[in-house]
Write a protein that binds this ligand. Structure first.
Ligand SMILES: [Zn+2]
Length: 100
């Protein structure tokens, strides 16, 4: 697989991150009480912060890019734990939503 750099590389990482976060979030919800305070939850929160930092980096380094952080022509889904600034994500609402 070709290693992507720059803007495309960041978008690729963000897309993979959303897939991972969505999967882990679903698992945490299934674990219920056991999920809270667990290693799995800690990893989820770390990844969430990493995702937001990556998204911030994309916006900071490539301010001319106004599209979805996941890539040109993509759009963040409502069902995912995170959404980019372009699609209306506020960043930290995601953390509050992590524990329904
Ligand atoms: Zn988006």
């Amino acid at each position: 697989m070709e290693k992507q750099a720059g803007q495309a590389g960041l978008q690729h990482r963000l897309l993979n991150g959303v897939i991972w976060l969505t999967d882990r979030h679903a698992k945490l919800m299934n674990m219920e009480r056991i999920g809270i305070g667990s290693k799995a939850e800690e990893e989820f929160l770390d990844a969430l912060m990493m995702w937001n930092a990556l998204e911030f980096t994309l916006r900071f380094v490539y301010p001319e890019y106004q599209g979805c952080s996941l890539g040109e022509g993509r759009h963040c889904q409502n069902a995912t734990p995170v959404s980019c600034r372009s699609c209306g994500g506020l960043g930290d609402k995601d953390v509050a939503d992590a524990h329904h």
